[in-house]
Design a protein around this ligand. Sequence first.
Ligand SMILES: Cc1cc2nc3c(=O)[nH]c(=O)nc-3n(C[C@H](O)[C@H](O)[C@H](O)COP(=O)(O)OP(=O)(O)OC[C@H]3O[C@@H](n4cnc5c(N)ncnc54)[C@H](O)[C@@H]3O)c2cc1C
Length: 404
Amino acid sequence: MTEMMWDVVIVGAGPIGGRCASLLSERGHSVLLLEEHSEIGRPFQCAGLVNPRAMKSVSLEDTILQEIDGALIHGPSGTLVPVGESNNPRTFVVCRKRFDQGVVQQSLEAGAHIWLNSMPIDASADDDGVSLTVNNDGEIVDLKCKLLLGCDGAQSWTRRYFKMGKPKELMIGFQAEVVGYQNDNRWLEMYSGSKVAPGFFAWVIPSGFGTHRIGIWSTAEHLQGRSVEQCYHDLLNHPLWQERFSAVKETARYCGPIPCGMVKNPVKNRVMLVGDAAGMAKPTTGGGIGPGFKQIEMIIDDLSSAISSDKLSKKDLRKITSKRWNEMKRVQDKARALRDLLVSNCTDDELDEHFENFSKPEVLELINTIGDIEKPVPLGMALLKKVPAFRKLAVKAGVKLLFT
Ligand SMILES: Cc1cc2nc3c(=O)[nH]c(=O)nc-3n(C[C@H](O)[C@H](O)[C@H](O)COP(=O)(O)OP(=O)(O)OC[C@H]3O[C@@H](n4cnc5c(N)ncnc54)[C@H](O)[C@@H]3O)c2cc1C
């Protein structure tokens, strides 16, 4: 093998590219990561929530800034629904820069190579492999590989170049890092209502050392001409909550897309998309790190065998991915349908009514017993089936949602 022939070239050294590189290198494959920036983990657009399962995969506990016990969820008129239990961490807030660097460092320790300031400019795939032309820090280099992995995020070059479809939804996320917000540092807060986060929610997440991340996500359709930044200002000045934001001072702000809904063709001949590139973020929370890790971990042994035997046609890759990724897609679709029903397609009055019902002791108990931010479908289904007030919604949702 010459230096320019690789088993796998991965476009994008974000958390998902780094994780793929580790898993493949650990299995003895030669892996090259291409990263367009000169540094890993910058710029980032993320609230930094990493679920316990994803954290366990990479054991990067030293990047945790804050453990989170639960969420205080506010209805449009102020009804509060607390979900969680004190001193029983449900998720973690990490320093995204150190987290991404940690994931990529693990891959380098496992044997992967990385080119910074590098991006593909041309590619073609045939039965012999993938031919790739790369701009490597100003120098044009030709490479060959058996498999090209597109882990290049929401606006994936790989996805566009190989015409692999579009994520079902592209949310707009906005976030500011602040000091001066007053709350309990082990609970995150979520705010709802058409003024502050039409169709979705705004968040305030403690990120350690007295800092917080205030963010909002929504879609162009729900925003109807407003910007997410306007929603952010409306949240800070909302009559119900402005007091707690009054001493807030910003230290940074950023905006980015969140792709939710697996693309139609996540694999083609010798090409595969993983993570945000494939549209894996969760329609209920926007979290993309956990689903991206899961997407690659569930196929890695079969993929490794296919690379070893160079069986990487579209048909081969579909055989490896179809069953497992279709199941992920099915759960993602169901979560979106439940989200639309209970939150996104509701007026503020309807949302207020839902919050009144959520806050009833027996419903809260159900939420706290079954509720798992990572697996919202069982809770959504239980609410529709067991809470009388939500049964009429179940009828509205119809058989398709409930029984597919
Ligand atoms: C405001 C906001 C808050 C969020 N909060 C959370 C959260 O709390 N928890 C969570 O799990 N998720 C969150 N997400 C989503 C999360 O950031 C993504 O799901 C996650 O980063 C996806 O990882 P990835 O590796 O697939 O893509 P990315 O992190 O986008 O990494 C892609 C990498 O590829 C590189 N790249 C792109 N194009 C090229 C190219 N052509 N050539 C070479 N390199 C390239 C990029 O520079 C980058 O390093 C949030 C998103 C936003 C916008």
